[in-house]
Write a protein that binds this ligand. Structure first.
Ligand code: SAM
Ligand code: SF4
Length: 326
């Protein structure tokens, strides 16, 4: 796989649907016109794309959405992808609502890693943030994933100033108690209402300060993988690790190794890309493997140096987070 600025691309995030069973305010509007089923890539089309990209260097896949578990037959896709030579790691990011009953089947199908998104343990704030109820169901899903043998189970929490500060400590204590890896994600400008402002981002450094003050000291992991977007901070007392995806305060674009395939088959070389490649048209138009491989190479080659969130030049893409695949 060619790379720009010395970034080899081995990580593919595949969105399997733009649908979701909740409506997080930072991700999608209350009313959404979801894509008709026929516009979504089917499992065979996704498998074809991965078969072409694996020999080019893609070896790590994350399934996301929308909410990936609303595609109930997801274990079938996981098994297909796990069987592709060269694919060595398959992960899933889910809101956890449908996870309790699915965890074991996902594991059996070959899923290796799981991240469950949970911003708060407080039912009222859960409802404010997601416009739906269900925090208990998510917790049940997280514990079922642990029970099914996923280790670690990661918990993703979006960090929004003025909203989630009070959740930092309860979430951290919950994760310490259950042996879960907590990861805070700085709020990014991909929301429907264009409500994002830099001032609304609760920065990693501030969360670290809260954790160190209220729970105990943490130190940066010495053997940190420079490619990994998360900065990991183990607690000094050995009580687990907290990660930070500090896309705003500490962008990791220069080591970004990711490509994204949307549910409707568009290849994106950045979360914030303004242009995309229509892979579905290639696949459905009978394109050869070589033509698909060329489109992948061209997409990587046209990747920009980095997002411009922190500059006046930043333009929010039209696609919202749920239809890109976070
Ligand atoms: N529905 C699944 C879930 O929520 O885990 C998968 C898709 S969701 C788009 C993937 C991740 O993106 C979630 O952890 C979610 O919290 C995060 N996310 C969504 N919108 C975001 C935003 N504006 N800023 C930062 N993270 C966001
Ligand atoms: Fe759905 Fe995930 Fe977006 Fe929340 S963040 S609305 S759970 S896709």
């Amino acid at each position: 796989m060619p790379s720009l600025f010395g970034r080899p691309h081995n990580n593919l995030r595949i969105s399997v649907t733009d649908r979701c069973n909740i409506r997080c305010v930072y991700c999608m509007p209350e009313q959404v016109a979801f894509l008709p089923r026929a516009q979504l890539l089917n499992f065979e089309e996704i498998e074809r794309f991965v078969r072409v990209s694996a020999p080019m260097g893609i070896d790590k896949i994350r399934l996301t959405g929308g909410e990936p578990l609303v595609r109930r037959d997801l274990p079938i896709l996981i098994a297909k992808l796990a069987a592709i030579p060269g694919i060595r790691d398959i992960g899933l990011t889910t809101n956890g609502l449908l996870l309790a009953s699915a965890a074991r089947r996902l594991r059996d199908a070959g899923l290796e890693r799981i991240n469950v998104s949970l911003d708060t343990l407080d039912p009222e704030r859960f409802e404010t943030l997601t416009r739906r109820t269900g925090v208990e169901q998510v917790i049940e899903g997280i514990l079922a994933a642990k029970e099914a043998g996923f280790n670690p189970v990661k918990v993703n929490a979006v960090a929004i100033r003025g909203t989630t500060e009070e959740d930092v400590v309860p979430l951290a204590l919950f994760c310490r108690r259950h042996g879960l890896e907590l990861r805070f994600i700085e709020y990014m400008p991909l929301d429907a209402g264009h409500q994002w402002e830099r001032a609304k981002v609760l920065f990693a450094a501030e969360i670290l300060e809260i954790l160190a003050r209220e729970i105990g000291p943490l130190s940066p992991r010495p053997d940190q993988d420079p490619q990994a977007p998360a900065l990991d901070y183990p607690y000094d007392d050995g009580g687990g690790t907290v990660g930070f995806i500090a896309s705003v305060s500490r962008p990791f674009c220069m080591s970004c190794n990711r490509l994204r395939l949307t549910a409707d088959g568009k290849l994106r070389n950045c979360l914030f890309a303004l242009e995309e490649t229509d892979v579905r048209a290639l696949i459905r138009g009978g394109a050869s493997d070589e033509a698909i491989a060329r489109a992948i190479r061209e997409s990587v080659a046209s990747k920009w140096e980095g997002h411009e969130i922190n500059t006046a030049r930043f333009i929010q893409p039209e696609r919202l987070m749920h239809s890109i695949g976070g």
